[in-house]
Write a protein that binds this ligand. Structure first.
Ligand code: FE2
Length: 228
């Protein structure tokens, strides 16, 4: 394996911030990825146990599938617009690998949308169509999990070694600035329940300062009955 694509754990220990003063602590990946893992698992389980017969549950999981595919498209767009230019400067090979993964995810997203449409439109074969959707989605989840692992163990540390806090915070601010209120609500709906309590509180406090009303809505995403 090319050393640039080897997981961080397979390498010599990295130098710390003292010997690498420009090393940044800004983590661009962890919080959105946790939310994506959380919602992908939820939908995979529900696609596996819902009846193929038309029902409220079937409509809900197909709606949520459509929602997560939209979020993933946006996530790819944010990474490519604001993070990949930095990655390409740090390592062409890592940047190219992640671009290739994203093209494959986009093809999967289109195929999953077609399969979901077949479940709804082909009532005679809804059982087979739903099984095909479930199987395709399970491999999509696996590919996404592997891809996010590469981003968090290889691309993230590479960015932190190559850029300082200001440069990575600028990329983070550009991503946040490009997200409108509806999209932010959709991301927070999956990120909040997926995060650790300390991170949730910190995030909610941040939103409280911006808008107490929106913060109340975000808190409702943490209720056990939410979305049921
Ligand atoms: Fe990615």
């Amino acid at each position: 394996m090319n050393p640039e694509l080897a997981p961080q754990t397979d390498r010599e220990p990295q130098t710390d911030r003292e010997s690498a003063p420009n090393r940044s602590a800004v983590d661009l990946y962890s919080a959105p990825h946790k939310g994506i893992r959380w919602v992908l698992c939820d939908i995979l389980l529900r696609l596996g146990n819902v009846s193929p017969e038309p029902s409220r549950e079937r409509s809900a999981v197909l709606d949520d599938l459509d929602g997560v595919l939209y979020l993933l498209e946006r996530h790819i767009e944010h990474e490519e617009r604001h993070v990949h230019p930095l990655l390409a400067r740090a390592s062409e090979q890592v940047g190219t690998q992640l671009d290739t993964d994203h093209r494959s995810h986009e093809a999967d997203i289109a195929a999953l949308r077609d399969l979901a449409r077949c479940v709804e439109d082909d009532s005679e074969h809804a059982g087979q169509q739903l099984e095909a959707l479930y199987l395709h989605f399970s491999t999509f989840v696996a590919h996404n999990f592997e891809h996010m692992h590469t981003e968090e163990t290889i691309a993230g540390p590479l960015l932190q070694r190559s850029f300082n806090d200001d440069q990575l915070l600028e990329a983070q601010a550009a991503i946040l600035g490009s997200i409108g209120p509806d999209e932010m609500r959709s991301f927070m709906r999956v990120m909040l329940p997926a995060g650790r309590p300390e991170w949730r509180e910190e995030t909610l406090k941040h939103f409280e300062q911006l808008s107490p009303e929106s913060s109340r809505e975000l808190r409702s995403f943490l209720q056990p009955s939410h979305g049921k």
